[in-house]
Structures are given as structure tokens and as C-alpha cells.
Design a protein around this ligand. Structure first.
Ligand code: FE2
Ligand code: FE2
Length: 322
């Protein structure tokens, strides 16, 4: 087998927090923001031990979107040998002008968080699913994650849908991967037991999750499915490992680096397929401290087919367990 022409790491949801008032939290299990420094060190060591062309971060670089935490994140990622490509998550755009100063500080051109980059004959298309949609119909660049219930939705922007339509029409040949923070497709159901709802553990069905898809996801998904050269969508936000094929697209979700199972993906791109593997940070004690067995959320680690997969770009017969 020939060598991959590109190898990249896909990391997401680092939720780094620095400065005063750092507090641990809960999502599926315990989130250990207080361990940001140690986790950053482990992540950097792990990434630097690999031959990778670049690192993609799928958003939620920080937990509270404040400058101090971003400075911490930037200092950490500046120690990674490979370049970092990223788009923001809902926890990153809590302050007015966050995208503009991020773009300036991190040298992103143009100063938006949706853009495309080419590398070795592949287009990497970054989208920004973190605009707050207000009941008045207006869009806001600032999205405060703890105010979500006051919004009519959080998701893509109208201008971004138009941009994506033009961008996909501009190049219908080059193999294209999409990176955006919020998932836009899923399995039909997941064994979800919310630790915030203990006492009533349940098995929620897909439609509940679909309400969590970002605003304009149907338009974005339709454009991506219609484009013959878009094959894979990489996302974060749900903090689970999941690889699901829906129609002609593979949707690859990756777990968070601030809670169990403390993993990231390595993606090797060949001419006709890509290989996805998974790497766990050597932090057994943190995994033990994070995982709460009685909350029954070990499932977020994913089944074997959610963790490692070979995806052929032009083989419609690949069997996928949905
Ligand atoms: Fe997150
Ligand atoms: Fe998120």
C-alpha cells in the first residue's frame, strides 16, 4: 500500500480555561477544566510525537471564550510543531468582536471563521455554526452558551449559506472535507442518560437530538450532499465518538479533550480512501476522575466502528452500521 499523502490530527473541544474562577463542570461525565495545563502538555507531547502535516481543531478551544483562556490556548498550540487550522465553537464566541480579534491574533485570512484551504489536492472547508439567532429574526455574532434558551436557535448565518453555495459551485472537482463545530447529521438514536436528569434515566430518540442541530443545517446539508466532491464532515460539540454515513456523506464526530475518554483522531489521507484512527492521551488518572460509572455514559467512547474506520471516497457499497 502506498503511503498517505497527508496525515492530520483532528482534535476538538479542548475547553481550555485559564485565569481566575476556573471551575470543573459536567456534561456526560466530569469535565476537568482545572486540569487545562496538564491536558495541554499531554496533548502537545502526543501531537509532537507524530509525523503530521497539520492539526485541525473543530471548536470550543476555550470554555468561557475570554481573552485569558485564548492566550493560554494560543501559547499551548504555538508549542505544537505542526500548524493549527481551526474553526470556532459555541464556547469561543461569547464576547463582542471575538472572531475579529481571533482572526488578527491567530493570523486567519480572511477574518471570518468560514473559509477554505487546499492541501495536497484536497479542499478543507471550514464552517462557523455559532451565530445566535434571536426571536426577532436578527442574527448575533455573540453567542453566550449559557443564554441559549433565550435564542430561537444557534447555527450558521444566512450569508454563510450563500457563501457555501458559491464556494461549492466554484470547485466541484477537488476532493473536499468539511469541518464545523456542530453536528449536522446523526444516527437515529443514542443511549443517552443525562447526568443533569438523574432519577429519570431515559433512552432519547433521534428527533430530540435533531432539535440540537444548528440553524440552517438543512440548507447546509443539502448543499453538501448535492456536491459530488464532498465526502466527509468532521464535527465536535456533542463530545462523543461517532462515525455515521447518511446518504452520500460520512459524519465523523469526535469526543472532547476535557472529559472522558480524552481522545483525538488521526486521519491519514490516501488517493482513494482515508483511514481514521484514535489516540488516547496517557491520563489514566484523569479518565478515572472524569468517568462517573453510575451515570452510564461510557458509551460516548463509541463502538469500534465509531472509533476507527476506512472510508472510500467512491465506493457506494461500503456497509455502514447506522
Ligand atoms: Fe464542547
Ligand atoms: Fe460546543
Amino acid at each position: 500500500m502506498s503511503a498517505p499523502h497527508t496525515v492530520f490530527a483532528l482534535i476538538t473541544d479542548t475547553h481550555f480555561q485559564s485565569g481566575s474562577g476556573v471551575k470543573d463542570g459536567i456534561l456526560w461525565n466530569r469535565q476537568v477544566m482545572s486540569q487545562s495545563e496538564r491536558l495541554a502538555d499531554l496533548l502537545i507531547q502526543s501531537l509532537n510525537a507524530r509525523e503530521i502535516d497539520f492539526v485541525i481543531h473543530a471548536g470550543d478551544l476555550t470554555h468561557t471564550g475570554d481573552r485569558c483562556s485564548f492566550e493560554f490556548a494560543r501559547a499551548a498550540f504555538s508549542r505544537v510543531k505542526a500548524p493549527l487550522w481551526f474553526t470556532v465553537g459555541n464556547h469561543d464566541v461569547c464576547e463582542p468582536g471575538a472572531r475579529a480579534w481571533l482572526a488578527t491574533d491567530w493570523g486567519i485570512e480572511p477574518p471570518s471563521m468560514y473559509f477554505s484551504r487546499y492541501h495536497e489536492g484536497v479542499r478543507y472547508l471550514f464552517l462557523d455554526s455559532n451565530y445566535a439567532h434571536l426571536p426577532s429574526g436578527e442574527e448575533s455574532e455573540v453567542q453566550q452558551w449559557d443564554q441559549t434558551s433565550k435564542y430561537s436557535g444557534v447555527g450558521f448565518s444566512a450569508t454563510q449559506v450563500d457563501w457555501l453555495r458559491d464556494e461549492l459551485a466554484r470547485d466541484r472537482e477537488t476532493l473536499t472535507f468539511v469541518i464545523t463545530h456542530h453536528p449536522i447529521a446523526s444516527k437515529s438514536e443514542y443511549p443517552i442518560i443525562s447526568p443533569r436528569d438523574l432519577g429519570a434515566p431515559n433512552f432519547r430518540l433521534g428527533p430530540v437530538w435533531r432539535k440540537l442541530f444548528p440553524t440552517y443545517y438543512k440548507e447546509i446539508l443539502a448543499l453538501l450532499e448535492e456536491a459530488p466532491n464532498v465526502k466527509v464532515v468532521f464535527t465536535g460539540h456533542w463530545h462523543i465518538n461517532d462515525i455515521t454515513r447518511v446518504n452520500n456523506l460520512y459524519h465523523v464526530k469526535t469526543s472532547s479533550l476535557i472529559e472522558y475518554p480524552f481522545e483525538y483522531r488521526v486521519v491519514s489521507v490516501f488517493e482513494e480512501f482515508l483511514d481514521i484512527s484514535i489516540v488516547q492521551l496517557p491520563a489514566e488518572d484523569l479518565a478515572t476522575a472524569s468517568l462517573v460509572p453510575e451515570w452510564q455514559n461510557e458509551w460516548i467512547r463509541g463502538e469500534s466502528f465509531d472509533r476507527e474506520r476506512r472510508i472510500y471516497f467512491n465506493d457506494e457499497s461500503i456497509a455502514t452500521k447506522l
